[in-house]
Design a protein around this ligand. Structure first.
Ligand code: HEM
Length: 131
């Protein structure tokens, strides 16, 4: 007998409302392009990169200019996410030296974003400026 009354196990960080996500893209997105995508340039999407994946957060109000999480846009704020910091100086790709628990926080944010926002590309690596 099937147990249809059993509560479904809640997936970690799943959004309350179902989000229809497109398949992740792996086109390379340059750091110059990413920097333009902070919501202040008409015609460009609003992007946040985490651990190389570039998420499209266009249309989500909390990332708009003047809003709480605007500081993350057009950047790859790995360190800030790991440290639970909103300081612009922490909104950088380099997360070397973070303790294990902070690395887990960063990974949790990656999971959170990947359940809500489309991945529109992979960020150009920091040491390959010619890409
Ligand atoms: C007093 C401190 C804070 C409060 C009260 C707070 C509150 C909230 C609330 C209510 C949301 C859900 C908002 C929404 O769905 O629009 C949220 C989301 C979020 N918070 Fe905070 N937060 C705080 C600090 C921080 C800090 C320090 C960080 C730095 C990592 C942070 C990063 C985020 C991020 C990335 C989201 C996800 C936004 C999304 O895409 O839905 N928050 N916060």
């Amino acid at each position: 007998m099937s147990d249809s009354s059993a509560p479904q196990k809640k997936e970690r960080f799943a959004p309350k409302q179902l989000v229809n996500l497109a398949p992740p893209k792996d086109d390379v997105i340059t750091r110059d392009y990413l920097a333009k995508c902070d919501g202040t340039n008409g015609g460009f999407p609003t992007l946040v990169a985490i651990k190389g994946d570039v998420f499209d957060v266009s249309g989500k109000d909390t990332y708009a200019p003047g809003k709480n999480y605007h500081v993350f846009t057009g950047k790859e704020p790995n360190r800030a996410l790991g440290l639970s910091s909103l300081e612009p100086k922490d909104c950088i790709s380099d997360y070397s030296g973070l303790a294990e628990d902070k690395l887990q926080v960063l990974n949790d944010w990656h999971t959170f974003f990947s359940k809500r926002y489309n991945i529109v590309g992979r960020l150009q690596s920091e040491n390959n400026a010619s890409l």
